[in-house]
Design a protein around this ligand. Structure first.
Ligand code: SF4
Ligand code: MG
Length: 292
């Protein structure tokens, strides 16, 4: 179901802060993203009793602690499957995953395509700082080759992956990108993602001043550019072009793509209805559905 059907509450952004102190380093981009999340929740009037915030392991995976909601801090890379199960068990709730580039695309990389292709009705906000911060600075799937880290003191051998192309290719139905230094834009994109029915993915550049010394705030400021206003987010081909990069090597900021498709919980509910309910269904009836 869509969050439009949920009860609304009137809460200011700061009222979504939990009692847990935010422990991120001063200057960390994650502070900006968290503010964007608070603002999005407030603008949508989401009741904390209707919200599940789920994460794996990493600095950004601490986010659920800082939000008033139901929450689960799971295993490294496993936020996606846990969130998928939670969403299917409670399809009338708003489910959001927060995590980093290492947790999402390395340790949890096997889960990303499946959330996208199944169109699980949840929002995935990926805090992309091109490094593992919590474990004190290792090369991640979005690190640039010139970045030196403990694991790559002479720079890395690999090209960074492009999360936008990846998510579009696997069928995500909402794909956007922001930058932590622009919390209002982050809030808009997260708000759109939470409102979207289906798998919504928001990639947000976020500086890690403690361990990533090349992807600084200024680097990201110079890197990003807003997607041209005449872009139609319903145009998949155009979204793929934009995901490759804007002119002069700029990274796109804004909504690249949005479409509507049945969600996993809707498709499963349809099957359950066909076989006559949850409790006493007969496995043979399910098999019959797929018999040629
Ligand atoms: Fe942020 Fe990096 Fe500090 Fe982690 S280590 S809190 S990502 S600045
Ligand atoms: Mg990271």
């Amino acid at each position: 179901m869509s969050i439009a059907a949920l009860n609304k509450v009137e809460m200011k952004p700061k009222e979504y802060k939990s009692d847990v102190s935010v422990v991120w380093c001063p200057g960390c981009g994650h502070h900006g993203i968290l503010n964007g999340i608070y603002r999005a929740l407030s603008e949508l009037g989401i009741d904390p009793d209707n919200m599940m915030s789920i994460s794996g392991i990493g600095c950004s995976s601490r986010t659920p602690y800082f939000i008033k909601s139901y929450k689960m801090h799971t295993l490294h890379g496993r936020a996606g499957p846990v969130a998928t199960g939670a969403q299917l068990a409670q399809p009338d709730q708003c489910v959001m995953v927060t995590g980093g580039d290492g947790d999402g695309f390395s340790i949890g990389g096997g889960h990303m395509p499946h959330m996208a292709r199944k169109n699980v009705n949840l929002t995935y906000v990926l805090f992309d700082n091109g490094i593992y911060g919590l474990t004190k600075g290792q090369y991640s799937p979005t690190s640039r080759p010139e970045m030196t880290a403990y694991t790559t003191p002479y720079g890395g051998p690999d090209e960074p992956m492009n999360p936008l192309l990846y998510m579009l290719t696997y069928g995500a139905t909402y794909v956007a990108q922001g930058f932590a230094g622009k919390p209002k834009i982050c809030a808009e994109l997260i708000k759109g993602a939470l409102e979207h029915k289906g798998f919504s993915y928001v990639n947000i550049f976020s500086q890690c001043p403690s361990f990533n010394k090349i992807d600084t705030v200024q680097y990201y400021r110079d890197l990003v550019a807003e997607i041209p206003e005449d872009h139609d987010p319903g145009d998949f081909g155009s979204a793929m072009e934009i995901a490759r990069g804007l002119s002069e090597g700029k990274a796109p900021m804004g909504l690249l793509y949005q479409t509507s498709k049945p969600t996993l919980d809707e498709k499963l509910a349809e099957i359950v209805t066909k076989v006559g309910g949850h409790k006493d269904y007969d496995l043979n009836k399910i098999v019959d559905l797929y018999r040629p």
